[in-house]
Design a protein around this ligand. Structure first.
Ligand code: ZN
Length: 243
């Protein structure tokens, strides 16, 4: 079984289409595992939800998804994120809102648990930026954990004394071995690791390996749509910077 692992699409249709195309070209996938924040920031919430729902999808909710359907307040959002979230909420059709509201915070699949932030706090924790990241290994029962939220690919390996972070590098195959592991595939729609290309991972469950890929998309078109929608200009600028 091959699973396409994506996170933080953030209403960026061009990026999502480019990822799906690239993944299909590189061997395809049987399922799509989505780690939340389908919407927020970008100009195409409805089309992104429709496209995702046309796929064999499992998905958890992210903080932006919850806020867009009134399940989370905007107090913790920065002003630009809050403005974009209010814009998104106004544009969601009832069926899109109902779909987002139906997403769980955690899904277990095979040896994996899928969450948005962390197993300890699926809504808000940034693994690696909050204290005691290793404490997350006590917060879930499966061997491996997939997270999004920070928009930065990484590997966090359990060690006898805590944990160790490593870069999750493009085209380097990561073997799923004995060590417990938290993986972040980066962001499809708003990468923040200085590389503006969309980021995603593919799990090959029989071969027990997982690989990260990056792909260019029509960023100029997304920027134009953001500006024409009246969303904050910074949301267009940051895409080009990968910030
Ligand atoms: Zn996000």
């Amino acid at each position: 079984m091959r699973a396409l692992i994506i996170s933080d699409v953030h209403s960026n249709l061009e990026a999502l289409q480019a990822v799906l195309e690239d993944a299909r070209r590189k061997g395809g996938f049987d399922e799509v595992w989505c780690l939340g924040d389908l919407v927020g920031y970008g100009p195409d919430p409805g089309p992104c939800i429709d496209l995702l729902r046309s796929l064999p999808l499992i998905a958890v909710a992210g903080n932006h998804d919850l806020a867009a359907v009134g399940r989370l307040g905007l107090e913790e959002f920065n002003p630009v994120a809050a403005e974009a979230n209010r814009w998104t909420a106004r544009r969601l059709r009832p069926e899109h809102a109902a779909f987002l509201a139906s997403l769980p915070l955690r899904i277990e699949r095979d040896d994996f648990i899928l969450v948005h932030g962390s197993p300890r706090d699926p809504v808000w924790e940034y693994v690696g930026w909050w204290p005691d990241p290793a404490g997350n290994f006590q917060a879930y029962g499966t061997h491996y954990c997939l997270v999004g939220h920070s928009h930065t690919p990484f590997l966090c390996l359990a060690t006898p004394t805590g944990c160790r972070f490593e870069a999750f590098q493009e085209k380097v195959s990561v073997s799923l071995a004995e060590e417990r592991l938290i993986l972040n595939p980066g962001s499809v729609g708003q990468p923040r690791d200085g590389d503006p290309r969309s980021s995603y991972a593919v799990l090959e469950s029989q071969a027990r390996r997982i690989e990260l890929h990056r792909v260019d998309y029509n960023l100029a078109l997304t920027q134009t749509k953001i500006r024409e929608a009246g969303l904050p200009a910074w949301l267009a600028e940051r895409l080009a910077q990968g910030q």
